[in-house]
Design a protein around this ligand. Structure first.
Ligand code: HEM
Length: 293
């Protein structure tokens, strides 16, 4: 391609702002945002330079505090397609056969800070936001079907225990450490989840190879008002795969962004990850038939 033509093509992407004027964030026209107002040529900076203070005030506040849990996450857009008729259980429009609904999904670790490694030994979040015709529906999940606690009152204690220990702020993004074992030892109901957490389930090979579980029991309601209890399960088409612990440690050393890079690169290549959304159902009348709640 000739240089001229190349230049023309590049110009399409260049924004011409030669006619635009520089303003403060409130729209006051200014001609300079690089020099503080000074007293004379070499004089001290002046307190009345409100443009300087405006710039600093924005700078001081440009960091949003990171989330206390699930701070590190990576997401992608997708669609939900319903292939089976489940109208006998639900009349939710987006769950009817033939309906496609756009969605956004976010995979996360729980304990690590925003910049921590993807290959931490941890539960993975699997949250999905469906943009349905009737409004947004959020289905929050994890890659493990059970949970640490029964009562949400214990959640801050659980999270404080798994986070870096407060005296030295170590270890980062790790679950097998003293304060966490202390919590588990005092909370027998955590034993089941602890088994999952210390298994290879907690070091997945890829976000594309993870199951997702809604964990909570939800209700489906049909047109007649009949209730069916439901658990939601995401099953990856690629199967469930993990790495070994020594691999997880090596990968963390080489590339802390291993999972997010794997997700985004595969999407760019057209290897779109897919899941089946499964439902596990119990009719309301059978609610008390089980030996435990
Ligand atoms: C039982 C008590 C629980 C409490 C009190 C709790 C609390 C929280 C809080 C405070 C956040 C952060 C929200 C934010 O800062 O935006 C969060 C995020 C999250 N939780 Fe829980 N949680 C609980 C159980 C669960 C369970 C059982 C699951 C799995 C089904 C789960 C999955 C998630 C996920 C995936 C996120 C991140 C959402 C996203 O990607 O945007 N949590 N949780």
């Amino acid at each position: 391609m000739k240089n001229n033509e190349k230049n023309k093509q590049i110009k399409k992407f260049v924004v011409d702002n030669s006619n635009q004027i520089l303003t403060t964030n409130d729209g006051v026209v200014i001609y300079d945002n690089n020099n503080t107002l000074k007293l004379g040529k070499r004089g001290p900076s002046l307190q009345q330079d409100h443009i300087f203070f405006d710039k600093m005030a924005h700078f001081d506040r440009e960091r949003i505090p990171e989330r206390v849990v699930h701070a590190r996450g990576s997401g992608a857009h997708g669609i939900l397609e319903i292939h089976e008729d489940i109208s006998e259980f639900t009349h939710a429009k987006f769950l009817q056969k033939g309906i496609s609904t756009p969605l956004f999904t976010r995979f996360s670790t729980v304990a690590g800070f925003k910049g921590s490694t993807d290959l931490a030994r941890d539960v993975r979040g699997f949250s999905v936001k469906f943009y349905t015709e009737d409004g947004n529906f959020d289905l929050v999940g994890n890659n493990i079907p059970v949970f640490f606690i029964q009562d949400a009152m214990n959640f801050p204690d659980l999270v404080h225990a798994v986070k870096p220990e407060p005296d030295k702020e170590i270890p980062q993004a790790a679950s097998a450490h003293d304060t966490f074992w202390d919590f588990i030892s005092l909370m027998p109901e955590s034993a089941h989840m602890a088994m999952w957490l210390m298994s290879d389930r907690a070091i997945p090979r890829s976000f594309r190879m993870m199951e997702g579980f809604g964990v909570h029991t939800f209700k489906l309601i049909n047109r007649k008002g009949d209730i069916t209890f439901v658990k939601f399960h995401w099953k990856p088409k690629l199967g469930v795969h993990s790495v070994a612990w020594n691999e997880a440690q090596k990968i963390s050393g080489f590339n802390t962004d291993f999972h997010r890079q794997d997700l985004w690169e595969n999407i760019e290549k057209g290897n779109f990850p897919q899941w089946d959304l499964g439902i596990q159902l119990i009719p309301e009348k059978d609610e008390m038939k089980y030996s435990f709640d």
